[in-house]
Design a protein around this ligand. Structure first.
Ligand code: WT7
Length: 655
């Protein structure tokens, strides 16, 4: 692939630059540094000396109903943070901000349609009232502390209200991304045994109404869901079952706007969020109350440098962890204004995202490399008229960002003057754990930066030896880990042990990412070393795609590989062994439908090849490495372990 090189642009207005270049690295200017919460390296030294003590100090940033007894307790592979402490995340987001900020805007909602004028802006007080009303309504539906509640909602304010209402009464929310299929919803609801689901009639996507209620109706079949709460959003016709279905507004309108926040133990379950598993069955990642809340508060404060006047736009759907932590909880914990946009950032015009930044005077913008590459594809010309006067910090997350995309983001979105925090983390870590801090730097394109203070990382070789120099290895986290790291996989302790704590033993958390450090210790993430592929930043395993494809009656077996894609970062390619009784084009269409139905449109492959057989070893293992090389046209190398070499030519002929 041709490497794009962008000339670097100086700030439009040098007097407003927040960044300066020294050698290959960028540093915040004195101006930016002066105002930042963290502006010198002392914090790293302090944290390194005594990480547990350091986190105890940070824990004082939030409100505890009762102080913890023990800061960190390690029983490998399990651990606890702030055990014995009592708190409530919703109380921290709302009640504790009200005295000072009651009329301050907590949430700005931007609908997809530019002509829709619905005024949906919530002050802290208004959000508090809505949350309390729903919390009371949920209690009346029979939801109790510890019960799981499914949330299958689009990007509308009610998703924020619903999550906070669950948290308020100690119910464990499980948000299912609204573009996931009814089948994906079902699997999650079955695993959690939720009795209540909150959903909507429909939602808008690129001008079309998607009938979400229909998906929800299909998804709750064969589950324990007894009550369905439905938000009226799109006004589309829906099927209704009396006694089971309730309109959100009917339930909440006469409720009291006061509902005492449940007192939660630090290690009580807070929420479950599913991420794709290797064999098709998703894993319910468990986060708990105390550690997650502390980490969410302070990572936002230190990494996005949240200050009172900030308007933060994180483009992630709350259906993903980025949406949980940084679209919703972190900005609210820090008492700032968060923006939720219902639609796609390039609809109805490619500069929709730029218009939103201007319209709402966004100060911090956080998005994924996929979105950046898409904006880049539309060209810089359309951005000329936008000044982004208020923008002061940019962030990126979800997949490695290459240098060209970094520079484009820096030049065109940041106008050559805003720092970029490249933030590494995972659904499992609950919050950002590697990045350069904006008030310190340095920023180096394509490198995420240093571990967050108080978190110990290492890069290990296959044998468990620390890699020296710039050698690549596996990224791991060492004790005391971080307060927000997952506490388990719901109802699956074996999988928890096997996935995270078996590679290097029970004391070392295995991230499944490959990485290396530069001479300054800045970490570069290379990508996953397992069967996860990141398609447009979304996490998909080859195993779950294969399971979906293999469930088609005309398919014997299949292999999926991830290949580099200009916009999406990676894209799946399918090789499927088919029974020769069908029209090939028809079968391919059916496979596409199958994937949409089993997973959702995010997992659609770039190409499907119907093949007679797959390259296999003598013991029957599929050699995906060879498939990848056939696809990219690389030299195939040593084929001596291959049991069926004759298949290579046949597959090549299909390309
Ligand atoms: C995987 C986790 C939590 C954020 C959303 C993704 C990759 C994440 C970066 C980054 C390079 C990154 C890793 C990680 N990843 N951030 N800044 N640079 N790679 O959460 O879906 O659980 O995926 O995303 O491979 O393991 P997720």
């Amino acid at each position: 692939m041709l490497k794009k090189v962008y000339p670097e642009r100086n700030s439009d207005d040098p007097s407003r630059a927040l960044l300066e270049k020294r050698g290959d690295l960028y540093y915040p200017t004195k101006e930016f540094q002066k105002k930042a919460w963290i502006n010198n390296g002392k914090i790293y030294k302090e944290a390194e000396k005594a990480p547990i003590k350091f986190w105890e100090k940070l824990a004082k940033e939030i409100y505890w109903q009762k102080k913890w007894k023990k800061a960190f307790l390690h029983k490998p592979p399990y651990f606890e943070w702030f055990s014995g402490g009592k708190l409530n995340l919703s109380e921290n987001c709302l009640d504790k901000n009200i005295p000072k900020l009651k009329d301050k805007i907590a949430l700005i909602w931007e609908p997809e349609s530019e002509t829709e004028t619905a005024n949906r802006i919530f002050t802290y007080k208004e959000l508090f009232q809505e949350v309390n009303k729903l919390a009371n309504a949920l209690k009346k539906l029979g939801v109790k502390k510890g019960d799981r509640v499914g949330i299958y909602l689009p990007m509308i304010p009610e998703i924020v209200v619903s999550m906070l209402a669950c948290v308020r009464i100690g119910a464990v929310h499980t948000v299912v991304f609204s573009a996931f299929s009814s089948q994906s919803l079902k699997v999650r609801l079955q695993d959690t045994e939720a009795k209540v689901l909150i959903t909507a009639d429909g939602y808008y996507r690129r001008g079309q109404i998607i009938n979400l209620k229909q998906n929800a109706d299909d998804g709750i079949n064969e589950t324990k869901v007894e009550k369905v709460v439905v938000v009226k959003r799109a006004g589309n016709e829906v099927l209704w079952r009396e006694g089971r279905d309730f309109w959100f507004n009917d339930l909440t309108k006469d409720e009291s706007d006061k509902c005492e926040a449940e007192s939660m133990d630090s290690e009580d379950p807070l929420f479950l969020l599913y991420t794709s598993g290797s064999t098709g069955k998703p894993k319910g990642i468990l986060h708990t109350c105390g550690g997650y809340t502390v980490q969410t508060k302070v990572t936002g404060k230190f990494i996005f440098d949240f200050h009172n006047q900030d308007i933060f736009w994180c483009t992630s759907d709350p259906g993903w962890i980025t949406g949980h932590t940084y679209t919703i909880y972190s900005p609210l914990l820090n008492g700032i204004t968060t923006l939720l946009f219902e639609g796609a950032p390039d609809w109805p015009t490619p500069d929709r995202w730029a218009k939103i930044i201007e319209k709402h005077k966004v100060t911090i913008f956080y998005t994924a490399p996929t979105a950046i590459r898409m904006f880049e594809k539309y060209g810089a010309e359309i951005l000329k008229k936008y000044k982004f006067e208020k923008l002061r910090l940019l962030g990126t997350v979800g997949e490695p960002i290459d240098e060209a995309a970094w520079l484009w983001y820096f030049n065109e979105a940041g106008k050559g003057r805003c720092p970029i925090v490249d933030t590494w983390w995972q659904t499992e870590t609950g919050g950002i754990l590697i990045t350069s801090l904006p008030g310190i730097g340095p920023f180096r394109p394509a490198f995420t930066g240093l571990p967050f203070p108080g978190v110990r990382f290492d890069i290990l070789d296959e044998k468990g030896k620390s890699c020296s120099g710039e050698k690549e290895g596996n990224l791991v986290i060492l004790p005391p880990f971080s307060p927000g790291l997952l506490r388990g996989i719901y109802k699956n302790p074996e999988k928890y042990l096997e996935t995270y704590w078996s590679q290097y033993g029970k004391n070392v958390y295995f991230t499944s990412d490959g990485a290396y450090k530069d001479k300054d210790g800045l970490i570069r993430i290379i990508g996953r070393v397992d069967d996860v592929i990141k398609v447009a930043g979304h996490r998909i395993t080859t195993g779950e795609l294969e399971a979906a494809i293999n469930s088609h009656f005309s398919i014997d077996e299949s292999a999926v590989i991830g290949i580099p894609d200009k916009i999406k970062g990676e894209a799946p390619i399918v090789f499927a062994v088919y029974k020769n009784d069908k029209n090939k084009e028809e079968l391919k269409k059916e496979l596409i439908d199958k994937i949409k139905k089993e997973i959702g449109p995010i997992a659609l492959p770039k190409e499907i090849y119907l093949v007679e057989d797959l390259p296999k070893t003598r013991s029957g293992k599929i050699m995906r490495r060879i498939l990848r090389k056939i696809f990219t046209g690389e030299e195939l190398g040593d084929l001596s372990t291959l049991a069926n070499p004759e298949i290579i030519e046949k597959i090549k002929n299909l390309m």
